[in-house]
Ligand binder design. Structure first.
Ligand SMILES: Nc1ncnc2c1ncn2[C@@H]1O[C@H](COP(=O)(O)OP(=O)(O)OP(=O)(O)O)[C@@H](O)[C@H]1O
Ligand SMILES: [Mg+2]
Length: 388
């Protein structure tokens, strides 16, 4: 039997009441963050020290939430990642697990006022062991960091390129902005063309005077990489930089990024949902699931000894592993809603390896070796041995 009219009315009333409550809560949160943003912050409040001066960035217990009308979306819920100088860190995980939100938090490009860093530190190395906390830095200082020290390569190159300016104009503008060597216009142009050559563009001077729409997708992405490199950044965040490209071009861009890594001293945070891409490019791998890190280690650790059932599932669902199999493996079930996350392991309901201990609260990270850690109850014994 369906609900009676009165019951439906009651439910409607309750829903409206809940909605109003969430809205009131959000308004309070927005006000709190707005007050924080307008406050003048003395440098001492965001200056800090690196835990390890060899790192370019230390993400420490990052919590990024979206305060929406249907509730608080815990998009990133306690993520800790270290990015060592000159290394590539691959971040993998399925759609919606919080990869992009992590990178947008680093650059402070979250959609405000809904999106906010609720907790955590983002220590960025500014030399001599000193660091600034990007989570607290005032907007003006952040602007200069965004252009100079950290750059981002997005999935779709047209979102970065201006369609009404020639490639040359766009590159020159960046060189001019960072013109510490007091270059003349002629020298600026040469520098731009040289950078186009560095990213593997043949006929660089021809491309220099073309518009973005005249180039193929792969070429455009090369131009975007050239733009990123012109700033001489310490950290490049590449969010699915090859997803919009076809497979052969994808391979070329990955080759390019790999080759560039040796030429420039920048660290790369490489975000992708493709494990194959990570194997090709990264030194370290971070596996995310539902806003948290479930496993991290060196590329060797993750590919030779995947330990979290989710990582194992990801490995099994790679197309190359399925050759000869009847169908491609897919992990059963769905990711829990980021609004109503349980207090136990988020993967438990999809896990075919769960043990008795999995009924407990969300597992903390357990070290399996000096470089490899996992958040899973199956390894508690190994973890305590590695600890002791
Ligand atoms: N502006 C927003 N408002 C509300 N929720 C958001 C917003 N942006 C992202 N989210 C939520 O945050 C979570 C993480 O999203 P994110 O974009 O980081 O995923 P992702 O790992 O990058 O996925 P993909 O591989 O599809 O790019 C998702 O649940 C998403 O719905
Ligand atoms: Mg994304």
């Amino acid at each position: 039997m369906g609900d009676t009219k009165r019951e439906l009315k009651e439910k409607d009333k309750q829903r409206n009441k809940d909605l109003k409550k969430v809205k009131r809560f959000n308004a309070k949160v927005y006000r709190r963050f707005a007050r924080k943003q307008h406050r003048r912050v003395p440098e001492s409040r965001y200056k800090t020290t690196m835990k390890n001066p060899e790192n370019v960035l230390e993400i420490d217990g990052l919590h990024t939430y979206f305060y929406t009308d249907i509730g608080t979306v815990r998009a990133v819920d306690g993520v800790t990642i270290q990015i060592p100088r000159g290394k590539t860190v691959g971040v993998v995980g399925e759609s919606g697990c919080g990869k992009s939100v992590t990178s947008l938090s680093i650059l402070r490009l979250l959609q405000e006022p809904q999106g906010q860093i609720a907790e955590g530190e983002l220590r960025f190395n500014i030399g001599d062991g000193e660091a600034i906390d990007l989570a607290k830095v005032p907007p003006k200082r952040m602007n200069s960091i965004r252009g100079n020290d950290i750059t981002m390569i997005f999935q779709e190159p047209m979102t970065t390129l201006n369609p009404v300016l020639t490639i040359g104009k766009q590159l020159d503008e960046v060189v001019r902005y960072h013109n510490v060597d007091k270059l003349t216009s002629r020298m600026i142009k040469d520098r731009s063309i040289e950078m186009l050559e560095t990213v593997g563009i043949a006929n660089a001077s021809g491309i220099y005077s073309m518009y973005p729409h005249e180039l193929s997708g792969g070429m455009r992405q090369r131009v975007v990489i050239a733009l990123a490199l012109l700033c001489n950044p310490k950290l490049i965040i590449a969010d699915e930089p090859t997803t919009a490209l076809d497979v052969t071009i994808q391979a070329q861009i990955l080759e390019l990024l790999k080759a560039l890594k040796d030429k420039v001293s920048a660290s790369i945070m490489f975000i992708t949902h493709d494990l194959g891409v990570v194997a090709e490019t990264a030194d370290f791998v971070v596996v995310m699931y539902a806003g948290r890190i479930v496993e991290q280690g060196t590329v060797y650790d993750i590919f030779h000894a995947p330990s979290h059932p989710y990582t194992i599932g990801l490995m099994k669902s790679r197309p190359s592993d399925a050759i000869g199999e009847e169908s491609l493996y897919s992990i059963p079930g769905n990711v829990p809603s980021p609004i109503e996350l349980p207090d136990y392991c988020y993967f438990r309901n999809r896990c075919d390896m769960s043990v008795k201990a999995c009924r407990g609260k969300y597992p903390s990270m357990l070290p399996l070796s000096d470089t490899h850690e996992v958040a899973c109850y199956r390894y508690i014994k190994i973890g305590s041995e590695a600890n002791g």
